[in-house]
Design a protein around this ligand. Sequence first.
Ligand code: HEC
Ligand code: HEC
Ligand code: HEC
Length: 347
Amino acid sequence: MFTKLTTIALSCLTAFGLSSVMAQDAMYKVEQINVPEKPEFMSSLGIQKDATPKLTKEQKTMMTQEAYQEKADQHFMTVHAQKGVSCVSCHEPRGKQGVAWMAVATKPAIRQNCQDCHTVQAEVVAHTDTHDKIDCIACHMPNVASAADYSTDQNVAGPKALRRIHTYKILVSPDASSMVQQDIKTKEGTVKGYVLAKNEDGNAYVDLMWSCARNSPADYTVFEGKGCHNEKTSKLDEGLVYQDQKEIYGEVQKWQNPIKDGYEAVSNAIPRVRKLLEVTRLSPADQTEARLLLDKADDIATMIEKDGSWGVHAQNYLLDRVKTAEAYLAKAQQIIDNGGYVKAAAK
Ligand code: HEC
Ligand code: HEC
Ligand code: HEC
């Protein structure tokens, strides 16, 4: 049922006759994008700062419905929905003009942001030294083209990416795409169309191309992120421009592998050292110190696991945390080793 709804999304924008214009030279109208809080971004699209959408009541109603359906499609295929996080957990339903803000792709009133619930991630992200100009949604809720306009080719789909995808989870994969082609039954017969792809848990996700290297001029987070990593739009250093999803995957692996390896080493060592403590005779002071060190290493491991980005949220900070946990463990081991020698000598 949900998949069918995605395919009709954005058809109303096409009805305004804007899609073809956008594809050519990425010109947008305030009827599509309206983020008055971001005047620099709006002027980058050639939209005047005091421009306001001129939509009839019927157009607004239709666009609101389509926006709602598209979001519902996506949101109900996520862990958020399964854990009881709903539209109104994040959105202020009594915000300006009721739910009419859904009509144009805009910056709706938010009552709770990601950081309010994800305190561990917020703390880690606060330590980033690479992505300090962008927010959670720049990576986790990119503007993605709707099913009707979707393509894995960013040059084709990117300029039509008007709305934030509500699938949240980033899938780290060299080739998985957020949407896949499928046969869809319509009244007129079976047609090929894009539907949301599923990960192994059956949930929808954001792929690495859309997350890191999309070509979405209508996304203010891309504007603020200096064009991100897309080869057409990026204003970053050459080494940070990525050709395709495989390359992005390789870069993410470079960040994640050392953190994953470090985490694994630390979390395997903790129970082993704890066991050693039980069979080693130590003075009360040494016991206490060794146990404190183990608890501290454990806290770090728990934090890294809870963060779940394995380095992407703040590479150097998390590397430093891994090293710190390793140092705590080495010191605890040393205390135990000394205790062991003392015991042997005493016999
Ligand atoms: C009302 C609280 C709340 C808010 C606000 C919230 N989340 Fe979540 N989020 C959760 C809960 C609960 C889970 C389930 C896992 C857990 O308990 O940590 C979750 C899980 C996730 C996951 C993991 C999904 C998976 O498939 O494993 C991601 C990614 C995520 N949130 C991103 C975000 C982003 C990005 C935002 C802001 C746009 C956000 N969250 C806002 C509560 C929230
Ligand atoms: C630079 C891009 C980027 C930014 C900014 C970012 N994240 Fe992430 N986040 C990722 C990636 C990549 C992962 C790793 C996904 C994986 O390996 O499965 C991740 C993992 C997560 C997870 C773990 C759940 C899971 O398994 O996917 C949560 C929850 C989360 N991020 C929330 C947030 C929140 C909240 C913020 C803002 C405070 C934020 N992220 C900022 C890219 C980002
Ligand atoms: C986890 C938090 C969260 C949940 C849950 C959530 N949203 Fe959103 N939504 C956001 C954020 C963040 C934005 C973008 C705000 C911005 O651009 O600054 C957004 C933007 C939107 C927009 C504006 C158009 C666009 O795509 O940019 C619409 C419409 C929308 N949400 C509808 C919904 C509906 C309907 C639901 C429930 C099915 C929902 N949202 C659930 C966080 C959430």
